[in-house]
Design a protein around this ligand. Sequence first.
Ligand code: 5AD
Ligand code: SF4
Length: 432
Amino acid sequence: MKTVFIETLGCAMNERDTEHMIAELSEKENYVQTDDSDNADLIIINTCSVRERPVHKLFSELGGFNKRKKPGAKIGVTGCTASHLGRDIIKRAPYVDFVLGARNVSKITEVIHKPKSVEIDIDYDESQFAFKEFRGSSYKAYVNISIGCDKACTFCIVPKTRGDEISIPVDLILNECKRASEAGAKEIFLLGQNVNNYGRRFSGDHEKVSFAQLLNRISKIDTVKRIRFTSPHPFHMDDEFMQEFASNPKVCKSMHMPLQSGSSEILKMMKRGYNKEWFLERAQKLRNMVPDVSISTDIIVAFPGESDTHFEETIDVLKQVRFEQVFSFKYSPRPLTEAALMTNEVDPEIASERLAYLQGFQNSITDELADTRLGKVYEVYFEEQRDGGFVSGRSDNNIVIKVLGDASLLGTFAKVKVTKVGRMSQVGEIIV
Ligand code: 5AD
Ligand code: SF4
């Protein structure tokens, strides 16, 4: 047996890519996963390139691994930064043994045998590759429904690292959901860059199915009890999708709606395809259809040209929608993107002030929403053991709740009454 250590950065797609790599390596090359990088035979960093900071960190981390690794151990760089920097990674860190792009995961068992190989083709079609089965969690299964991204958001590097969008054929998805849920993963987590654009393009002649229809088909599998997905795009939130989301009891009632900016002018510069009014109308409609829905979002502050007035529009959307969770970032210019060529950058100090203000503003909303949960009862699906004798899970609408209990709770559902509220997670008691 050989051992592989993988560090995963970035999004859920990357986590799934890591699972796929482990599956291939264990099935075809006899590797087992380890937490101990110093003694591993193979060290992989599965990278993200969506912002600049993790890219800088990559080279110092690689240097550290190289110093501490055991003699003869190989080091590989995979994921989005591998796609965009390619051979330059080996030029800068010559001890790196291979570079494998985010759309070439299935080649992992080849590149480990080809010294200094670089496989970063973003036209490579992995949409029908049958990966071996491996999952980090026994209770929740990530299932990819598409690869790549067809959008052209001016700030975003992802289309250049993951290539064009291709949907995975519906029968492959259904089989995977069936297999995973029969093995105990009652919750299926569908992954794609724009999940609600599902069905737009397949690489062969496959049954055309919309995302709403896909949700419906998956929900017909008996062993699947809950379905989540990320990320939908606000532009594709049509009525068919919202109707299926609202009416299908297996589809969990939390929606990530990445707004990016509340200003219609900035949204236009970002080429997001919707404006402030559309976003507010969709969010309001969603709340009307599903009163207990929780809505989360992503915000970029200080996109080039963002004025105080533009920024106030973003705060105004936060005020109106009252998101359960906001992931906020300072704009970070990325190579290969249109926005990187824009010269009207926002002063970095103003950018920091805006981010701090936005986060403070949102924190008070998050706290107010948390307070309303005290004493309420939620159906929780338990997934994880926590320190202090706790087991945690999520409500249908994605609220993290922990209760005192042991491993026998994992993979089960229970009604839980919230006894203590907090910004990140709640404490509760199981009621019978
Ligand atoms: N700068 C800052 N944040 C970015 N994101 C994507 N690209 C950038 C960038 N260049 C954020 C978006 C996206 C999330 C995954 O990362 O908000 O939704
Ligand atoms: Fe995921 Fe985007 Fe980061 Fe790639 S760049 S790992 S797609 S978040």
